[in-house]
Write a protein that binds this ligand. Structure first.
Ligand code: TXE
Length: 479
């Protein structure tokens, strides 16, 4: 039997009930055994983080810089191995897995630099002989709750800034992906983090996550996941006056205009909708196409989707890995049935397919003749399922793209500077893409959405300081 990967609480590796981590490409393959934390473990982790905060919040900048930098170097040196682990436990393809591991390393590298760049402001007072200093301080104990779809990048973009700015952390990864979470915590621990600064509690959302939400000693909570869980985080946080940040779902549009380059349009939409098995909050599932290009675009896209190679995430040549688990696969298939019953036309895919190993394989599904009012156009499916909505012109395309409760990412494929410029200004989304997939963002610039997609300050890049610090304004009289 393989070694049990334990939780890290107060600097000690703590036993717990063993849970198998299953490979969605091959359910006979156990990726590893991981300890499940209890509510009591979670309380201990929070207490350890609280105890470690005074010293860590005043720790030397060079100490923090060295730990984050060392972590970045180890992740980058092991990116193939970590990428493989990621693909094995989550199901995205190996190049996607290695790309994500690389990005995690780059994020730690970025925040290793940010440690040395935290600046404040000194301004004159409106009163004579008084000076005003504006500084940023760490918030305290930060709770981090992450989803399964980016098992190493999302933990990295929350843990790195939390530690960079002097906070201590209690980290709860999604149940389906403990492997990457454990690996990243192990690397940080060995890089020299003092006891209790970073605590890992793997386990159920309803137990471990809930214990974090209920604790008055978690001073800030950053969450990425489903909309209904996000609401629980918000409600629980308001009760204890906790700072919180939510990244939730999307129903991201991509517009294809008559003047688009057909090849660019097909590739942009195929990438946006189906890569990473459509399991990205920035994936596009609403393809809004103007009349003049509609038929030839749909024919070319259907051809591309028909030929997408679905298979084992680790196999060379696989373009689309499996869906993450049985329950997500059921959700995807259920929405495909809903789409058909609503009158959309399933032109290609949508059926469960088998491969040489038992896994959760779904042929990417493309609907046409959809309307923006259908449930498949309004609710987040979170799988390789996209619908084409036909519109008359740019104005109708823009109105349709904004007619959603979400607002994470929005794309347009056009050769017109006029429409591209207008769209960048008028798309109701946190991120706008011109001739680029709706998913796939840089690690050093802000990430986040509007409306029901996000709440609170942006993540990533220098904007992360907004959430992971609190501002202090100090006045000094010359006497
Ligand atoms: O999310 P959950 P799930 C969407 C997507 C998907 C759906 C459900 O539509 O089909 O959400 O996915 C923890 N207190 N997205 O079930 O449950 C949980 O353990 C505290 C979109 O994975 O929200 C996990 O660590 N925590 C999203 C985290 O919350 C709780 C990415 C997210 O899980 C909790 C993922 C509780 N009571 C899913 N219950 C995106 N937009 O990126 C659960 N958790």
């Amino acid at each position: 039997m393989s070694e049990l990967h334990r939780n890290l609480i107060g600097g000690e590796w703590i036993e717990g009930e063993a849970v198998d981590n299953i490979n969605p490409s091959n359910t006979n393959d156990v990726v590893g055994r991981y300890a499940r934390a209890t509510a009591a473990d979670t309380e201990k982790a929070i207490a350890a983080a609280k105890a470690a905060f005074p010293a860590w919040s005043r720790s030397g900048l060079l100490e923090r810089h060295a730990i984050l930098s060392k972590t970045a170097q180890e992740i980058l040196a092991r990116k193939e191995e970590l990428g493989r682990l990621l693909s094995r436990e989550e199901g995205k393809t190996l190049p996607e897995g290695i790309g994500e591991a690389t990005r995690a390393g780059q994020i730690f590298d970025f925040f290793a630099g940010e440690v040395l760049r935290l600046a404040g402001e000194t301004v004159p007072s409106v009163r004579p002989n008084i000076g005003v200093e504006i500084t940023r301080e760490p918030v305290g104990v930060v709770g981090i709750i992450t989803p399964w779809n980016f098992p190493i990048a999302i933990p990295a973009w929350k843990i790195a800034p939390a530690l960079c700015y002097g906070n201590t952390v209690v980290f709860k990864p999604a149940e389906l992906v403990p492997g990457c979470a454990w690996a990243i915590v192990d690397i940080l621990h060995r890089a020299g983090l003092p006891k209790g600064v970073l605590n890992l509690v793997m386990g159920k959302g309803s137990v471990v996550g809930q214990a974090m939400l209920d604790s008055k000693d978690v001073h800030a909570l950053t969450f990425t996941g489903g909309t209904s869980t996000g609401r629980r985080v918000a409600e629980a946080s308001i009760k204890v006056n906790r700072k919180f940040q939510l990244e939730m779902g999307g129903k991201n549009p991509v517009i294809v205009l008559d003047d688009a380059d057909l090849k660019v349009a097909v590739e942009t939409v195929a990438q946006s909708a189906f890569f990473s098995t459509g399991q990205r909050c920035t994936a596009s599932s609403r393809v809004i196409v103007t009349e003049g290009i509609h038929d030839k675009f749909v024919a070319a896209l259907a051809e591309r989707v028909r030929n997408l190679k679905v298979g084992d995430a680790l196999d060379q040549g696989t373009e689309i890995g499996p869906v993450v688990d049985e329950s997500q696969l059921k959700q995807d298939c259920n929405y495909i049935e809903i789409g058909k019953s609503e009158g959309a036309n399933l032109v290609v895919g949508g059926e469960r397919v088998s491969r040489s190993t038992p896994g959760f394989y779904l042929q990417p599904a493309l609907f046409t003749e959809a309307t923006n009012q259908m449930r498949i156009s309004r609710e987040e499916i979170f799988g390789p399922v996209a619908s084409v909505i036909r519109v008359k012109n740019y104005e109708e395309a823009l109105a349709t793209s904004n007619d959603t409760e979400f607002g994470l990412s929005a794309g347009i494929v056009t050769t017109s500077l006029k429409y591209a410029t207008h769209f960048k200004r008028n798309a109701e989304a946190g991120m706008v893409m011109v001739n680029l997939p709706t998913a796939g963002v840089d690690f050093h610039v802000p990430f986040g959405g509007r409306k029901a997609s996000s709440f609170g300050p942006r993540e990533q890049g220098r904007y992360a300081a907004e959430f992971f610090t609190v501002v202090k304004t100090a006045y000094t009289s010359a006497g």
